[in-house]
Ligand binder design. Structure first.
Ligand code: SD4
Length: 322
């Protein structure tokens, strides 16, 4: 009891004396919230939708779901949801996951014919005892939950796939072929959540699942520390459990950018063929600081906070060496 009283006295004293701190230290002590960050340029309109939730004091979980639903529904975004590039059999198969401040998480993988996998993932989290549903089971669950079945292969995606069948070149995931939206938010209450959704690597094998629906690989949130999400060649994130690694590095004191850089270095050290691929990590910590790092240049990420919206180029391992 007395230690609690001493603590309260001490807090009151430090509060009262905080004007004696240098301005920079006071600014550093302030938590930058609310804030939302997300991968690639399609993160800009997505962040705007998330910001509409956050700016009125809404919950980070609601913000990230609302945010990533924007590219999911946009047929012009060819790598998420409706209009996503299909697999090599011409099927659009979607992967998504979501995680909140209480370590609740939900995920769907290899889901077909449902435009908003992120919302199905949230229903898995909230309405089932499980974390992950895949394929036909995930679709049946979505239909039971009131989602509508629709054909996600647009005329453009069909035409591109037919073109691809001619030469069957596997594409490297990069700015010309950018994919997943991963989004992280810190709300006014200081709580973190994240969401990640994708149609996955274009022209992947039928049945292939990437990192994006895998908690720890494509997304991880620990409300004590921070959150991370990833984009790029999912196999590399799965092999290193990349987003969990980024959060653990932040726990050990790394800044978001340094944690992302260390995770990229881990991939580079362990996986000999890393230079052929793109991987980008994006992280946000409990103080509202953010950062990113990737293998190749060309990865960018969107930030929306009180001061406005920005699109930022991620630093890269190979780009920075050049
Ligand atoms: C995947 N990570 O399925 C996804 C693809 C991606 O930018 O993010 N591309 O491997």
């Amino acid at each position: 009891m007395s230690s609690r009283r001493d603590f309260l006295k001490l807090s009151a004293l430090t509060g009262a004396l905080s004007f004696l701190l240098p301005k920079a230290a006071r600014a550093a002590a302030k938590i930058n919230k609310p804030i939302v960050v997300s991968t690639w340029e399609h993160g800009m309109p997505a962040n705007q939708a998330a910001w509409d939730v956050l700016k009125t004091g809404g919950r980070a979980l609601d913000a990230v779901e609302a945010g990533v639903r924007i590219p999911e529904a946009d047929p012009k975004v060819r790598t998420v949801g409706l209009g996503g590039y299909p697999d090599r059999e011409g099927k659009v198969t979607l992967d998504a996951c979501i995680m909140d401040e209480h370590m609740n998480c939900g995920s769907v993988a290899f889901l077909q014919d449902i435009k908003h996998p992120i919302s199905v993932a949230r229903k898995v989290m909230e309405n089932t005892p499980h974390v992950m549903l895949v394929g036909e089971g995930a679709k049946q669950f979505a239909l039971q939950q009131g989602f509508i079945e629709e054909d996600l292969l647009t005329a453009e995606s069909r035409a591109d796939w037919q073109q691809w069948l001619q030469d069957q070149q596997v594409q490297m995931i990069n700015i010309e072929n950018h994919d997943t939206i991963g989004m992280l938010a810190l709300d006014s209450d200081g709580n973190l959540s994240g969401a990640c959704t994708t149609s996955g690597a274009a022209y992947k094998m039928h049945g292939r699942v990437g990192d994006s629906p895998l908690i720890g690989a494509g997304l991880y949130v620990d409300n004590e520390v921070g959150a991370a999400t990833a984009t790029g060649m999912g196999e590399l994130m799965i092999k290193t459990v990349g987003c969990h690694l980024v959060v653990e590095l932040m726990r050990q004191g790394a800044s978001p950018e340094e944690a992302c850089r260390q995770a990229v270095l881990r991939i580079a050290k362990k996986l000999g063929d890393y230079a052929q691929f793109q991987v980008g990590f994006l992280a946000l910590n409990k103080r509202g600081e953010y950062g990113a790092y990737c293998i190749q240049s060309g990865f960018n990420y969107a930030v929306q906070q009180q001061s406005g919206a920005q699109l930022i180029d991620g630093k890269s391992l190979l780009g920075d060496k050049a």
